[in-house]
Write a protein that binds this ligand. Structure first.
Ligand code: BGP
Length: 452
């Protein structure tokens, strides 16, 4: 492992902070969305807003070299634009200072699923004005933290927001609208990257999609073609733009064939061409297996982001893979395949932003948490990553999900991901005590030794 390898861990604002309307924070879409009946909302989360010093001290003890977190847009700009909330900026200033004091490199995501609700009400990403709001927000972050932050991530999992989105899946939002919103996000991202480079800040900036290679279900040419369509739409569309400055041709052809291609405003092509990223950050949880979809059968895949398009492809379960207790397939080798695929295509340094396994953890009477299944998952993925690096892929850091238990996006508090256990349940807030899991001690050693 290179000396300066960024052994880290990740969180996102709405999943850890709590204090969702405290000290001037405006609501985000996460504070307004319909929460399933048996899971908690995000109003308190793990109370990181009030306990970040204790948490960062634990991250230091864990040995983290980097901490990837997100800034809540509506904490610093309560309505998404216009008036700044000084208390919001002050909070992130303290988090950043605390990390730097602890010798931890802060890696900042600007937007992680939490669009300010006020912007959502004026049309969200369907409204081109949201592009300017994002650019101004980013400029505010660069002006305030630009000398301290060396790694900026623009938008977390834009591809999942567009493709695995319930409103789209249930047909409430058309694919046409979804890809128009996607286009606006891509324009916003390109503008922000360009601004960052023009400002000559001493750091780097990159996109942060979820990338997972799609396998063909068989050697039938039809399945291979289906997997190629899937990969172009799910993966390459979101990286060809920040790397090559233009749409992936196969993905664009797909959009045109279905008459859902985005409308370009004058100058959009030039904007996309000018926002070229410095590195690629990506999240990886599992692979996808894809078959042809002549009959438009039901998707049966057990993956985080299964989706299908009639006549193009459908996701299917992979009989060679085991699953997590929450039903996600486990595929460390595909992590290596994905790393190779990314580096072969784009030749940019790669930063893993998220990788991990969600499960139910229970402390024993003496307060220990035996999460061997997590150690096993992470060890296998780190081995495959190391192997890919030995085979020539440039990886600059690994930030598993998550640094500490947090509220899962889909399954509440029941599904835990952290190295550190947080003593709260779905609805019983208990005392928020932090407890080190077995994986904490294990990862500490991995970081010290630089290998599994
Ligand atoms: C990614 C998100 C994270 C996190 C993770 C696990 O898509 O970037 O925010 O939630 O997936 O997903 P879940 O919490 O649904 O298990």
């Amino acid at each position: 492992m290179p000396e300066d390898f960024l052994w880290g861990a990740s969180t996102s604002a709405y999943q850890v902070e709590g204090a969702s309307l405290t000290d001037g924070k405006g609501p985000s879409v996460q504070d307004k969305k319909k929460i399933p009946e048996n899971t908690t909302d995000f109003s308190v989360a793990i109370d990181h807003y009030h306990r970040f010093r204790e948490d960062i001290a634990l991250f230091k003890e864990l040995g983290l070299k980097a901490y990837r977190f997100s800034i809540a847009w509506s904490r610093v700009l309560p309505t998404g634009k216009g008036e700044v909330n000084p208390a919001g900026l002050a909070f992130y200033q303290e988090v950043i200072d605390e990390c730097l004091k602890a010798g931890i490199e802060p890696i900042v995501t600007m937007y992680h699923f939490d669009l300010p609700y006020a912007l959502e009400q004026t049309g969200g990403w369907n409204n081109r004005q949201t592009i300017e709001a994002f650019v101004d927000y980013a400029q505010l972050l660069f002006d305030t933290f630009g000398t301290q932050i060396k790694y900026w991530l623009t938008i977390n999992e834009q591809n999942m927001m567009v493709l695995a989105n319930e409103t789209v899946q249930s047909g409430k939002k058309s694919l046409k609208q979804s890809f128009q919103e996607n286009h606006h996000m891509l324009i916003a991202q390109a503008k922000v990257i360009k601004k960052y480079h023009e400002g000559k800040y001493a750091g780097q900036i990159g996109p942060a999609p979820n990338i997972a290679y799609g396998y063909p279900a068989s050697s039938a040419p039809e399945d291979i073609l289906a997997a190629q369509w899937f990969n172009s739409l799910r993966n390459w569309l979101f990286l060809d733009i920040p790397v090559y400055g233009q749409y992936n041709p196969q993905a664009m052809n797909f959009l045109q064939t279905l008459h859902i291609q985005p409308e370009f405003a004058k100058g959009d092509s030039e904007i996309l061409a000018e926002g070229i990223c410095d590195f690629i950050a990506f999240n990886y949880y599992n692979s996808n297996t894809v078959a042809e979809n002549k009959l438009n059968q039901q998707t049966q895949s057990a993956s985080q982001s299964a989706f299908e398009v009639p006549y193009f492809f459908k996701a299917v379960a992979n009989p060679h893979l085991q699953k997590t207790e929450f039903g996600w397939e486990i595929d460390p080798i595909s992590f290596r395949i994905t790393l190779h695929e990314l580096y072969n295509r784009y030749r940019k340094p790669l930063l893993i932003n998220e990788n991990g396994i969600g499960g139910r953890d229970e402390p024993t009477e003496d307060g220990a948490i035996h999460d061997n299944y997590r150690i096993d998952y992470l060890a296998k993925h780190i081995k495959e990553m190391t192997q890919a690096m030995n085979e020539g892929v440039e990886v600059i850091g690994y930030c598993p999900w998550s640094a500490i238990d947090l509220i899962s996006t889909h399954e509440g508090m029941e599904k835990r991901y952290g190295f550190i256990y947080v003593n709260r349940e779905e609805f019983d807030l208990k005392d928020f005590k932090r407890l080190k899991k077995d994986s904490f001690y294990w990862y500490q050693k991995v970081i010290q030794q630089g290998e599994v």
